[in-house]
Design a protein around this ligand. Structure first.
Ligand code: GZL
Length: 322
């Protein structure tokens, strides 16, 4: 019996409405389940990133199983194994450090659960272990910071002594932001990084390490390069407690462009912040749905970003979403 298009459409609509009346049955649309293993809650950036993922999952009707790794790799690996045991549809995570993931990623592959990397990437030769990596280009963020400094100091004749607050040791953003910044400043020997130490992306550690820098080299320091705003904000407190004027006695360059950075720039205490968007939630949910629908997903999805000098902070602040 030949069914015309009109009849087919009527039948399809009837099946769909029947399914909605019988939730939980094979007919009802089964919810996609996403397991997400987050780094932790170490910074304003991370809080905004978590919020973006949770709200986007809700918006997309995706069931989210969320785990906070408290900045420990073993916790993230435990969470990923738990998602495998629960047979989630897709696993996503932001790797706290670049190495040590191949074993658990092979377990996910063996369980036929696709994996999405968000925010930070992993060190692996086998890129079949993940479907896509979505996030910023951290090397370019470091270059942007370096280019801003070179321009700012173009008329400076003497040495420019820089202290650097690095992010979490072994993390992609810490490694790459250092790499990009040094790539730019090495063009002029007047730029010297005289001290460099991790502040683990937190305000508290950023303040503590900056206090040590000031005690050792106080008067010699011309510039602070912080791998994120939270460490810069902690360092600003240390600089003020040392009786110096942040952004004047010591030029301060930072990355993320979170609310706290705009507030510091509007208060004249931070010179510039390079944008690193945490708002990856919607892109992640689109990728999850595409993967489940068998659609192709690009191996690398780069977030578009800019840079905010203090002169534009007041104008831009009302438009900021994180
Ligand atoms: C960058 C992200 C970094 C932020 C920090 O994408 O991984 O981790 O720059 C956060 O603020 O802690």
């Amino acid at each position: 019996m030949k069914l015309n298009r009109r009849t087919l459409t009527t039948l399809a609509l009837a099946a769909a409405s029947l399914a909605s009346l019988l939730p939980g049955t094979a007919l009802a649309q089964k919810k996609v389940v996403l397991g997400f293993a987050q780094v932790g809650a170490e910074s304003e950036w991370r809080t905004a990133n978590t919020e973006s993922i949770k709200s986007a999952a809700k918006e997309a009707g995706i069931e989210l199983k969320f785990s906070d790794g408290q900045q420990k790799q073993e916790n993230q690996i435990k969470a990923i194994r738990s998602f495998i045991a629960q047979k989630v549809d897709v696993i996503a995570f932001s790797p706290v450090v670049e190495s040590g993931w191949e074993t658990v990623l092979r377990e996910a592959k063996a369980a036929k659960i696709p994996v999405v990397l968000t925010d930070r990437s992993v060190n692996t030769k086998d890129d079949s272990l993940y479907v896509t990596f979505m996030g910023s280009d951290f090397v370019e963020e470091g270059r942007k910071a370096g280019r801003w400094l070179v321009e700012k100091m173009k008329d400076q004749k003497g040495e420019v002594n820089i202290v650097e607050l690095q992010g979490t040791v072994g993390s992609a953003p810490a490694i790459d932001r250092k790499k990009g910044f040094e790539e730019i400043i090495k063009a002029d020997p007047k730029f010297k990084i005289i001290r460099s130490q991790t502040g683990d992306f937190t305000r508290a550690k950023g303040k503590e390490v900056m206090e040590a820098f000031l005690k050792a080299d106080g008067k010699k320091i011309n510039v602070l390069y912080a791998h994120n705003d939270d460490m810069a904000i902690g360092a600003i407190q240390a600089i003020e407690e040392a009786g110096l004027k942040p952004a004047k006695d010591i030029t301060i360059i930072s990355i993320d462009a979170v609310k706290g950075a705009f507030e510091a720039m509007m208060a004249g205490k931070l010179n510039v912040s390079v944008e690193c968007s945490p708002l990856l939630g919607p892109q992640l949910m689109t990728a999850v749905k595409d993967i489940k629908a068998g659609k192709p997903v690009p191996k690398r999805i780069v977030t578009e970003e800019t840079i905010f000098p203090m002169e534009v902070a007041a104008k831009e602040f009302p438009k900021r979403k994180y």
